[in-house]
Design a protein around this ligand. Structure first.
Ligand code: DGT
Ligand code: CA
Ligand code: CA
Ligand code: ZN
Length: 570
């Protein structure tokens, strides 16, 4: 049970308490605890083991007891009791984003919809607006909420997917019948979100292993169990497909399950031409040879270089592999420092000193502190005066290191009218300038594009932060002319950010690839507001690889000296 799962249960408890008309203080306490749990880097399980659960703000004796019960038994009696008191179809209504307990209750009383589909029909037929206390606005909000629910249910963010998949993989490997297990599917390819989780497990006796698997603690429902294929719904609400094979078929099965579908189909055409047979189980074999013992061998037998999973999208990688000119992809260890991090000076949680120490511990040569600028009030953006004060502290910290440098940066607002939050004199004094949009998302394409283009034409601006502003599953990219953005970035030598935060991953892989063709340079940054999120870099590197980037396409692979020269380019 991880923080995220506990938080989900606490949020649901809060909703149930509201439905049952219990004191609002009670539900508020659960919501606050859920918020803390999903936003802290402290791991509830570890805290529990160390007897320190109450160090999480908002967690007192009672809630600590509930967390303990969840962690130790996987269940919570209190939660089950509440659920029994509220009908299932009413509980479903609470899943819709933007629907509170009160609205849910009104709908339930008057319509008693059996499921969400029935509710959607009622909303489309404009019957909800007739109910007391529900107007046209709420009806529209419900339709939007249903849509958001459908799309958020569909795909999981990478950080959650990796954490759940890791747990499933560990479990598979703990079974006596299974020798080893690997993650496959879109997760192995590092796609920005995943629809379900795929695994290949090796067993000498696949059928027995599948029987053993039927007792998995995370199994909610067995969907398919035939031959060597197992498909199950997990308690996390995401499906897991597990292919169990004998050792000699492992490489071919892994290749098949990794996909993508487009990549596989292209490959099969080639395979058939060179005399390979592909059985129903999609295993490569020929009459003369045994199955390939590794993916490397599989690709090599088909006459091409090994193709890294991130490239397997049917976007020209097979032709490139045959010609022998696949890119030499960027690796996490190529990154020499992070160029977008927030400190306590604006809306981050760490001091400059903590950030510097952590970055140095990771082996970085530099770290750019880029707090928000003044007009972003919600994030406590810095005024000019505070910028100078912060610089002074950065200077003092830097005196202590000979092998590491904090860069004095700023994430300056591109205001709705296209101007920047600070004048050129101040920007000229900064070591590094990121320009970003955090407001006026609803402007038309021309205005938005001009705002960003204008910022890139300012010679002090080094990087455009999260260039399309999307939040995966929550907010569409703002309307911006991507091709123009990429062309101006190339012409002005402005780097575009690959923001590694798993809910952004902005730019996305397709735009990265197009940018590389146009000669754009990139910065893979975390935008961490907490030093633990410097780990998010791994997701940004995956997207960079999916965009075919090599080390030289990325500015923060440079040494400190090279980067300093780059920053002083005119
Ligand atoms: P997802 O789950 O939507 O994030 O994306 P994938 O790529 O993980 O897709 P999934 O889980 O449906 O299938 C896993 C892999 O299995 C897929 O990448 C390639 C292979 N595969 C599945 N169905 C087919 C198919 O109909 N044809 C071919 N060629 N390969 C398939
Ligand atoms: Ca999948
Ligand atoms: Ca699947
Ligand atoms: Zn930022």
């Amino acid at each position: 049970m991880n923080n995220w799962e506990i938080a989900q249960i606490f949020n649901e408890i809060a909703d149930l308490l509201d439905i049952l008309g219990e004191s609002p203080y009670k539900s508020r306490a659960y919501r606050r605890a859920a918020h803390q749990l999903s936003n802290t880097y402290l791991d509830a399980f570890q805290l529990y083991q160390e007897g320190r659960l109450k160090e999480i703000p908002g967690i007192g004796d009672a809630l600590a007891g509930k967390i303990e019960e969840l962690i130790t038994t996987g269940k919570l009696r209190y939660y089950d009791e509440l659920r029994e008191k509220v009908p299932a179809s009413l509980r479903q209504l609470l899943l819709i984003p933007g629907i509170g307990a009160k609205t849910a209750q009104i709908i339930y009383q008057h319509l008693q919809p059996r499921d969400l589909a029935e509710l959607e029909t009622a909303a489309r037929e404009k019957r909800l607006r007739e109910l007391p206390g529900i107007g046209i606005k709420t009806e529209e909000a419900i339709l939007r909420g249903l849509e958001a629910l459908a799309s958020s249910k569909k795909r999981l963010l990478l950080n959650h997917a990796f954490s759940i998949a890791g747990e499933i993989k560990d479990y598979l490997q703990s079974l006596s019948g299974i020798k080893m297990a690997s993650i496959a599917g879109s997760l192995r390819r590092g796609m920005e979100t995943v629809g379900d989780l795929d695994f290949v497990a090796v067993a000498h006796d696949p059928l027995t292993a599948i029987e053993e698997l039927a007792a998995a603690p995370f199994l909610q429902e067995l969907l398919i169990a035939e031959d060597c294929q197992l498909s199950l719904m997990t308690k996390w609400g995401i499906r897991a497909d597990i292919m169990v094979v004998q050792p000699e078929h492992y490489a071919a099965a892994l290749q098949y399950m990794t996909g993508s579908k487009d990549h596989n189909e292209e490959l099969w055409v080639l395979a058939r031409r060179s005399g390979w047979e592909i059985s129903e189980k999609r295993l490569y074999s020929s009459k003369k040879e045994p199955p390939p013992s590794s993916e490397e061998e599989l690709y090599s037998r088909l006459g091409m270089l090994y193709i890294p999973p991130e490239l397997r999208e049917g976007r020209g990688e097979i032709q490139a592999a045959i010609k022998g000119d696949l890119p030499n992809l960027l690796e996490e260890c190529d990154i020499k420092g992070d160029l977008h991090v927030h400190s306590r000076w604006s809306d981050g949680v760490n001091s400059l000193e903590e950030l510097a120490k952590e970055a140095r511990k990771r082996g970085y040569q530099y770290l750019a502190v880029t707090d928000h600028s003044k007009s972003l009030y919600v994030a406590r953006g810095l005024t000019e005066g505070r910028v100078w004060e912060q610089r002074e502290e950065i200077r003092r910290i830097n005196q202590r290191f000979s092998d590491f440098r904090l860069l004095a940066g700023i994430e300056v607002e591109i205001r709705p009218d296209g101007s920047l939050d600070f004048n050129d004199d101040l920007l000229a004094e900064m070591d590094i300038v990121i320009a970003s949009i955090h407001s006026g998302f609803n402007q038309d394409e021309k205005t938005l594009t001009e705002r960003v283009v204008g910022a890139m034409q300012n010679k002090h601006v080094d990087i455009i932060g999260h260039p399309t502003g999307r939040l995966l599953g929550r907010r569409e990219p703002y309307s911006i002319d991507i091709d123009q953005l990429l062309k101006v970035a190339a012409a002005t030598g402005t780097a575009l950010e690959i923001n590694s935060s798993p809910d952004r991953l902005d730019l996305c892989d397709r735009y990265i690839r197009r940018g590389k063709e146009l000669g754009v340079c990139f910065a893979v940054n975390t935008d961490a507001h907490n030093l633990h999120f410097l780990d998010d870099l791994q997701y940004g590197v995956l997207q960079a690889r999916r965009g075919w980037l090599e080390r030289d396409d990325v500015i923060n692979t440079m040494s400190f000296e090279q980067l300093s020269d780059w920053l002083q380019r005119s």
